[in-house]
Design a protein around this ligand. Sequence first.
Ligand SMILES: Nc1ncnc2c1ncn2[C@@H]1O[C@H](COP(=O)(O)OP(=O)(O)OP(=O)(O)O)[C@@H](O)[C@H]1O
Ligand SMILES: [Mg+2]
Length: 243
Amino acid sequence: MIEFRSVSKTFVQGRSSVTALDGIDLTVAENEMFGVVGESGSGKSTLLRLINRLEAPTAGTVLVDGEDQGALSSRQQRRRRQRIGMVFQQFNLLANSTVLQNVTLPLRLQGARGRDTALQMLEFVRMAGHQGTHPARLSGGEKQRVAIARALVTRPRILLCDEPTSALDSGHTEEVMAVLQDVRREFSTTIVLVSHELDVVKASCDRAAVLEGGRLAALTDVTPPPPRERTGTYAERAAEHLS
Ligand SMILES: Nc1ncnc2c1ncn2[C@@H]1O[C@H](COP(=O)(O)OP(=O)(O)OP(=O)(O)O)[C@@H](O)[C@H]1O
Ligand SMILES: [Mg+2]
């Protein structure tokens, strides 16, 4: 589905250069939930941006569905990019637009109306009834679920998530991760999840890449944690966890 073949990326700024990724080889399978972890600056976001070609590799090849992204015309690349959704740590919703306007935006950019699809997606992410609200009135978890609905309206086959829960508390993190699991199940979406939160990756991913200084330090199967009892309020669980 997604394949990196000896991929390197170097950013040149004036006389200095930074090698963000160095000789990456990996494959993400169809319908996989694939984690990418690593310290700040290890190249996680760059790896994601190479998948939807927001960045081009300095060396090597990135293939999506067997197609070399670099061999496509810019028009084909644009069309490809529409088949890849993305969500971000800071949600990137338009503050002056309603929830519904935010979610329909990708379709409006393609010349479609999309109101019905957007409403369906809002229901899917459990945000039905919020369509007229502005983002400022929503919690972080709600904003991220709206952002996921927006990413899904074009029915992408791949969803790239860059630290989607890093701005959220644990309850909202669980909600957002549950929605991502639903997305994967319902739409057979392939999900690449960048996170520095190891627990989040452990709880949801099939495999994970560990980046260190732009290199692939490890590629590992993820063993899910034993099921936790989810009883009690946040305060009760916090007290129990800490004691
Ligand atoms: N557009 C750019 N121009 C110059 N250098 C860049 C650019 N994008 C990334 N870098 C550099 O490449 C390296 C990897 O950056 P990247 O953003 O991929 O790391 P990251 O693992 O996502 O970090 P974080 O956890 O802080 O988000 C860093 O040293 C960064 O400064
Ligand atoms: Mg990053």
